[in-house]
Design a protein around this ligand. Structure first.
Ligand code: BGC
Length: 756
């Protein structure tokens, strides 16, 4: 505490001497800016550079100090004040231990900012972000981020590397699980909800943490869906598809951004001054700081853009990367680069100012241990509020893809139910990837969720295993994914059953970073298992558990009922069972298109028309298509069913100003149950100075209706929705003809043309 008290005294002295001068001359400077300057004035160049250096946890913080190797070096740097932030140190005891060194053993006692990947929950795991996005329920998503922040903050964390706002159109990319899917409009709304959820209204509260919009920018467009791959996008895609969710996150107040591993316009994003300096810090006037991605500064050497680590440090800092995550490039080379005149000291000052400001905003200078309360930690982690929160979010994330013969909801009594599939009995896979503080084996499995309902008779057979993890967070268990020895038991159970529920899909770590796939079908022998069971009993409910869209055309053609249950987190089994039994009427809609075949990837609803969009005559060859597969997805973006059904009618579109229109329509619940529908509004700008997509989502509303109830809905679209970015990056509205569509998916057909 001593050193911190020293620095705070200096800050107050500074204010005492400077208040009147500042008051009269620089009214726009915030109190934080003044405090930041007063700290900056005390710092040596090395201490400044230290603030720009982030290390991952390097030893059991509460154990003996490391004596050799890289851990010893990091420890030495921490004591010298050469570390501004740590990642992967968690739990009050550990965070307190490293914070104590920073605050009590360094010359100035500047507190650390403690970052962690709180991607979908801290220890209580909520659905993967892609699944949460399927809820289209912005309030629920915000609440989910807010709970996650509260739980993480109770464990000493004050900064999350989330939300990932990368738009992505290729289901082969493993990190689709981490984002909001393929659409920039939905993605922007969700980015705002998540930033506001993490940061709340008061960043200095001990229940909120700083957000980080990542990965800036273009990472979701890795060629052929292969992680870390080259990105090659044009300006229209950059400005209209990739950047909008980042801009939304910035406007919502995201305090930090993370750059990305990929290149953009042949320059690695980490060293890309156009996006970091010109756009983010220039045009958007972003006041927070940019952290590199893990080791991405040094990765510029492999990209062939930097000749060595020193050169990489120079390129990154000059391009606007303020903090170095685990490249050691800043701490080792920046001081020399300043002395050589290759980096100006004012560039360093600017980066440090940004970092210190966030630390002030978090309240770390007032109390560096404010996130370190053992009692709060114990009371918060895994408490009822967290469990109820993830259960609520999980139910809302489920998407009903098909329900022929109304096999669901299940009858409550007198049924023989055969549950089949390794994932049905898996207490870890539902946690998905990016569950760093989540404990293996803590999810409620589907089988457990179903056992809460007593009226039916349940049997269980594994049938087949899914996947051997290349790297598990716990012990690796080798399994034989081509083993069919479990088929017989599954078939025998299915023969006896009234209804078979098969839980198939991907294991928890089969998607996520580094987990790109070249195939999008059911891994292992699960497809064969499905067909073998179908041969003896056609009454199958297929529950999919997966981290990305899968190509399940055979299942769609044969299996009467399909429920998309993603990876739903700690309360997964309870949520799915409640939907299966009709205690919750599913209302989710897909945030990404599902392909018929992997060969259609990347497949997305807001494609361009091209010059040859339609088959001119039967058997014509020369139009934009495949000769062996249709252009249509298996399930389109925005699609999802309910146990009730909805009808759209009375569409009326009216011009209300030069660049503004009103869309009115009626939505009726024509089924027999109360249910929720996401009513969606799409536009098509028919002629423009650059080609526009065939459809663009521009509004939606989540509406609950009783059976038989009708509601009139009005959605206003203005310049923000009707305009677009031209190739220079300017936002423009061009008058002309527009087509407006409304409906329950991106295949919405009710439409009206209007001239603006
Ligand atoms: C990922 C980031 C993550 C970071 C820290 C990187 O590999 O790309 O998204 O925040 O690691 O864990």
């Amino acid at each position: 505490m001593l050193k911190n008290a020293y620095i705070l005294t200096l800050i107050s002295l500074f204010f005492a001497c400077n208040t009147s001068e500042k008051d009269s001359s620089t009214a726009t400077i915030s109190p934080f800016d003044q405090k930041v300057d007063s700290v900056l004035n005390l710092m040596t160049l090395e201490e400044k550079i230290g603030q720009m250096n982030q290390y991952s946890g390097f030893w059991d913080a509460t154990g003996p100090a490391p004596k050799d190797g890289s851990a010893a070096k990091k420890y030495e740097h921490l004591k010298k004040g050469w570390v501004g932030s740590m990642i992967n140190v968690r739990g009050v005891e550990n965070v307190k231990a490293v914070q104590k060194i920073a605050v009590e053993e360094t010359r100035l006692g500047i507190p650390l900012i403690i970052g962690f990947d709180v991607i979908h929950g801290y220890e209580t795991i909520s659905p993967i972000p892609l699944a949460e996005s399927a809820s289209w329920d912005l309030e629920a998503i915000q609440k989910s981020a807010s709970n996650a922040a509260q739980e993480a903050a109770a464990a000493g964390i004050n900064w999350t590397f989330a939300p990932m706002v990368d738009i992505t159109r290729d289901a082969r990319w493993g990190r689709v699980m981490e984002g909001a899917g393929e659409d920039p409009y939905l993605g922007s709304k969700i980015a705002i909800a998540r930033v506001q959820g993490f940061q709340g209204e008061d960043l200095s509260s001990e229940k909120t943490i700083a957000a980080c919009a990542k990965h800036f920018a273009g990472y979701g467009f890795a060629e052929s869906g292969k992680d870390y791959n080259t990105v090659d996008v044009n300006h229209s895609t950059l400005f209209n598809i990739i950047l909008p969710p980042f801009k939304a996150a910035e406007e919502a107040g995201a305090r930090t951004f993370m750059n990305s591993f990929n290149e953009l316009d042949a320059i690695p994003a980490t060293g890309n001054g156009f996006i970091q300096r010109d756009i983010l810090k220039g045009e958007w006037d972003f006041q927070g700081f940019v952290v590199s991605d893990w080791g991405s500064i040094n990765e510029m050497i492999a990209h062939g853009y930097a000749k060595d680590s020193k050169h990489a440090a120079e390129l990154a800092v000059n391009a606007g990367s303020d903090m170095d995550m685990e490249s050691y490039a800043y701490v080792e080379h920046l001081s020399e680069l300043v002395k050589e005149g290759k980096v100006e000291e004012k560039t360093i000052d600017e980066a440090v100012r940004r970092i210190l400001k966030v630390k002030f905003e978090l309240g770390l200078f007032d109390n560096p241990y404010k996130y370190c309360d053992e009692v709060r930690e114990k009371e918060t982690i895994g408490n009822a509020q967290m469990q109820e929160g993830v259960l609520d979010m999980a139910k809302k994330s489920i998407v009903l893809l098909k329900n022929e013969n109304n096999l669901l909801p299940l009858k409550r009594e007198g049924q023989k139910i055969a549950i089949i599939g390794a994932l049905a009995n898996d207490k870890t896979s539902p946690l998905g990837n990016w569950r760093l503080a989540g404990r293996d084996g803590t999810a409620v499995s589907f089988l457990e969720g179903m056992q809460n309902y007593q009226g039916n008779q349940i049997t269980y057979a594994k049938g087949a295993d899914v996947y051997t993890e290349p790297m598990t967070f716990a012990k690796q268990v080798q399994i034989n994914t081509s083993d069919r020895s479990g088929f017989n038991e599954a078939i025998a159970n299915a023969k006896q059953a009234d209804v078979v529920i098969m839980v198939l899909g991907e294991a928890g770590l089969q998607s996520g970073e580094g987990r790109s796939r070249a195939y999008l079908d059911l891994p292992g022998v699960q497809q064969d298992l499905l067909e073998a069971v179908y041969a003896v009993n056609k009454n199958i409910v297929l529950v999919l558990q997966n981290g990305r869209p899968l190509a399940i055309q055979w299942a769609h053609e044969h299996i009467p009922t399909i429920l998309e249950a993603w990876q739903l987190g700690t309360q997964s089994g309870n949520a799915i069972a409640q939907v299966v039994y009709g205690d919750y009427n599913p209302s989710g809609k897909l945030p990404m298109s599902f392909p018929k075949h992997v060969g259609q990837e990347p497949i997305y609803y807001n494609y361009k028309n091209t010059g040859r969009p339609h088959e001119p005559s039967p058997d014509e060859v020369f139009w934009s298509h495949y000769i062996d597969e249709s252009n249509a997805p298996l399930y389109p973006f925005g699609y999802g069913l309910s146990y009730t059904s909805f009808e759209y009618s009375n569409l009326k579109v009216e011009k209300i100003a030069e660049a503004s229109l009103k869309v009115n329509f009626d939505l009726k619940n024509v089924g027999e149950l109360k249910g929720k529908e996401v009513a969606q509004v799409y536009i098509r700008d028919l002629v423009a100075s650059i080609t526009r997509p065939v459809k663009e989502l521009k509004g939606f509303e989540l509406i609950e209706l009783n059976a038989g109830e009708t509601k009139s809905i009005e959605i206003t679209l203005s310049e923000n929705e009707l305009g677009f970015y031209n190739n220079e990056g300017d936002f423009v509205f061009e008058p002309g003809d527009f087509q407006i569509f409304v409906g329950g998916s991106s295949e919405a057909s009710l439409n009206q043309r209007i001239e603006l």
